[in-house]
Ligand binder design. Sequence first.
Ligand code: ZN
Length: 359
Amino acid sequence: MAKPAPITIPTEPIGSIPRPVELIERVTRGDSEDPNLAPLYEDAVRDTIERFEATGSPVVTDGEQRKYHNFCTYCVYGLPNTAPDGFIIPFSDGHTRRLSRLTRGPFRYRRYADCFLDVAMRYAHVPVKQAVISPSALSLMYSERIPGYSREQFIEDLLNEHETEIRRCLKKGAHKVQVDFTESRLAVKIDPSGNLLNSFIDLNNLALSRFSPEERGRIGVHTCPGNDLDSTHSADVDYAELLPSLFELKAKNFYVALAGERDRRHALAIIRKCLKPDHRIFVGVTAPADPRIETPEEVRDGVLEAAEYIPLEQLGTTDDCGFSPFSDDTSTSRDTAFAKIQARVIGTKLAETVLGGQL
Ligand SMILES: [Zn+2]
């Protein structure tokens, strides 16, 4: 009998890796853009990529070492027309994080994420992916009417900046550009009617429709219940309230937190019901908010479980979230993050072997 063809399950990280403690301390003490910090940032990126590659991860990131101060406001941090008193994200342990607020137009990014890619690709020997923030998250910066700068004009400027950022990343050779959409699940918590979520999806679809189907093949969307100080902002929202709308996004890759879900089979059943033929679903097989390091066998079993619901040609694996989306989060060590990533890589390979019938 002919041996079955080996199968491949793509596996990718989400993005962030805890920054080295020395870098966090120096940034806390002073200006994150102090030119004297350049060698520390450079060392952090080099070390992150070296350790990433040592895990065997076929796709790496720069660990967002230079995204100050978080996954969301890196592109607008330091703009003179912003104030710190923007949208508040409440987490389940009682702490909050706050976005910045736009005080006047026009809205422009201060930096595009492809500047991180430039540095990462100098060090990497394998494909590098780049995460960018969604237009919907940044839309929260326009919280009240700004005289002389309408919301419509703001949205047009926002979409242009987001499109520019993605195009720059694609052009520089990003393996994937992942749009971080953590506020999707939070939107259902804030507005259980689903109207806020749907307005976010409409906005993000305006952006995604600017890209060709081929380009969208390299674009993905990440959803999660948040991860900061090992705490979440919307884990209590049922995927049944989120995924049917989320999969209306005109993206082809979805990075869906799953390992930390209370009822994974419930989530998988919803994914099976809603996914479209051109989707690839990267399911989370490690939980960054859980300090315990998963074993490769646990990861393998998670993949096998997911494969009962998702066709193999549409299945991938990922981590549930970045390991420190906010740059000063030290709740997870770099050692733990890389150990979990290694478990994801090895466990996914084990599952490929089982599913390929080669045991
Ligand atoms: Zn996340």
